[in-house]
Design a protein around this ligand. Sequence first.
Ligand code: SAM
Length: 440
Amino acid sequence: MRFDILTVFPGYLSALDLSLIGKARQAGLLEVGVHDLRDWTTDRHRTVDDTPVGGGAGMVMRADVWGKALDEYLVGEGVKILAIPTPSGPRLTQELCESLAARADRIVIACGRYEGIDARVAEHYRTREDIEVLEFSLGDYVLNGGEVAALTLVEAVGRLIPGVVGNPESLVEESHGQAGLLEYPVYTRPLDWRGHAVPEVLTSGDHGKVARWRRDAALRRTAQRRPDMIRALNAHELDKDDRAILAEYGWLWPRKPEPFSHPVRMLIDDSPDPGEVAALAARTFPDACPPSLPADAIAAHIATELSEEKFAHYAADNDHQLLGVRAEGGPLLGYSLVLLPSASRPPLAELAGAAELSKCYLDASWRGSGLNALLLTAALDRAAHAVGSGRIWLGTNAGNKRAIRAYERRGFELAGRRTYLVGDEPNDDVVMVRDIDVAY
Ligand code: SAM
């Protein structure tokens, strides 16, 4: 592959004599030519710019000078790319660099300065069938010139050419590679440095465990730093452990219908709209009732206990904590209601002074997705912040084994029984309790 870089500061590109790219050039794996754009000027001052047509600040680089220079290098057979760095271009990505490394024969880089290059240069070369014009940006900031972007492109594409990086395996697990994740943190000796020890698993010699640790660390790092990359992951390529890690950061998939192809970011809503909560409550409450319960008793309970007015009261009252959970920008998918000790009337004397998890319901399509754990964790966390160290109790229908098991998994233990009225119908509930504290 050959790069030709056109610039008014050729000295800037001398870094390309160094390190792996310098060695690759010496070894003939890569050719790089650096050319002074002013060599194509004809006036005494070697002028490459002029004032902007239409007025405005700064100077613009002339199309005629650029045209003469570029014509000289955009020649020959094979795939020819004219790369024009500009902050207004699409972002340069690893994927694009991989594609260039795989198929380009010649890349000519036009380094702009001042206010940039006359727009007709890109426009003109786009009309040429034998040339691909690639405008690209390094990121959302403005540099003084395109030379840094040229260095970047040569290095990012050049290192993917076979033989340039000594050990090709080091390219496999890198950030922005096939896995779509940032790379896991890396360590070397000394194993203990200023009180910071290398994670123990990495010295265990257990390759399976090391691989899993690295995968988890890459997922965590990407979830914390680059949510846009998590959103782009293919859900079908993630295993159960991957999903469990992402769930901790609020990234989930519904169980039904068929899993989405990408993870969905869930957000806790600390002040859900009471009307939206009431509508969700009316939809989800019947699922928690035993089949024997008459429909009119359920309807009466929804009308009196799960009305918009009730939820508006809970939302406004300091003794109640109403929470919602939704996909970013989407409808409410779950809600919880905690009664602080001052509002709770526990059915067992030994629960005096405990907070109460009065409601925790999810839209049917999201049950089994991990959303329940996310909502419950948020509800317990907020309750703990309000009461400090204490306990929280709940009642759930004794026949609802799925709910009982789920609460057991979240640390609740059976404490006794109570009778709970739905409409006028008495129901047998189990009462469960667990500790909470601020560190939860
Ligand atoms: N007026 C231009 C604009 O606002 O889009 C900025 C011109 S900039 C001062 C001069 C040159 O620096 C550009 O023509 C381009 O070659 C280079 N440049 C600046 N920021 C860049 C970025 N983020 N990515 C790639 N090239 C950049």
